[in-house]
Design a protein around this ligand. Structure first.
Ligand code: 13P
Length: 232
């Protein structure tokens, strides 16, 4: 069971330090943990979580090792910093920053080649679900990916992100089973995971963990979700 906290554009280095020092103190066994701070906070997270089992991942990664790409960061640079992995293809990147299935594929490929662990995100919008297109969307998003020991998928229905509208455990299970029928990889669920719904979602046979946004920002709610995961 893997629980990853995607902090999005929250927590600069000072807040990151405070969170990591608090997280170190927790007794969290039986669950793999990853925190994904913004780029500027990665170094302090790596430093303060060194010697623990908690991994640090970035929220994006470029496909080239270096080059004239203003605003981008490469897998090699992340590796140099001691970063373990990266999220790729989050729906917010697809929605606001022009990420496409093609750029997702390039980022995932380069990150895996460089030895990073990757959490690749997929998921349908509310309109796509309404049109009955969920499976087509997932099929299209997965078509550019290949199984890899260091690849984990995150099924994040866009309509459930930051909305408080969690997928029911049944809906999550159905989508996860479909995803796994197309690509053999662990699948995390993401979208309004909270301490009070985590256990039920994580109890589904094809839910292998969670990618948590809002509830990963407070130590108390994040650790409550991690505890729910260690019991399931
Ligand atoms: P929330 O948990 O805030 O809905 O965000 C989910 C998400 O986007 C994680 O990547």
């Amino acid at each position: 069971m893997l629980i990853a906290g995607n902090w999005k554009m929250y927590k600069g280095p000072a807040e990151t330090a405070e969170f990591c020092l608090g997280l170190r103190e927790q007794e969290l066994t039986g669950v793999d943990l990853v925190v994904c701070p913004p780029f500027v906070s990665l170094a302090v997270a790596v430093q303060l979580l060194a010697g623990t089992e908690i991994a640090v991942a970035a929220q994006n990664v470029h496909w080239d090792a270096e080059g004239a790409y203003t605003g981008e960061v490469s897998a090699e640079m992340l590796r140099e910093l001691g970063v373990y992995g990266a999220i790729v293809g989050h729906s917010e990147r697809r929605q606001y920053f022009g990420e496409t299935d093609d750029t997702v594929a390039r980022r995932v490929h380069a990150a895996l080649e460089a030895g990073l662990f990757v959490i690749a995100c997929i998921g349908e919008t509310e309109a796509e679900r309404g049109q009955g297109a969920t499976e087509d969307v997932l099929r299209r998003q997965l078509a550019v990916l290949e199984p890899d020991d260091n690849l984990v998928l995150a099924y994040e229905p866009v309509w459930a992100i930051g909305t408080g509208k969690t997928a029911t455990p049944g809906t999550a299970q159905e989508s996860h089973a479909f995803v796994k029928s197309l690509l053999d990889a662990p699948v995390l669920y993401g979208g309004s995971v909270k301490p009070d719904n985590a256990a039920e979602l994580l109890a589904q046979p094809d839910v292998d963990g969670a990618l948590v946004g809002g509830a990963s920002l407070e130590l108390e709610s994040f650790t409550a979700i991690c505890r729910a995961a260690s019991h399931s």
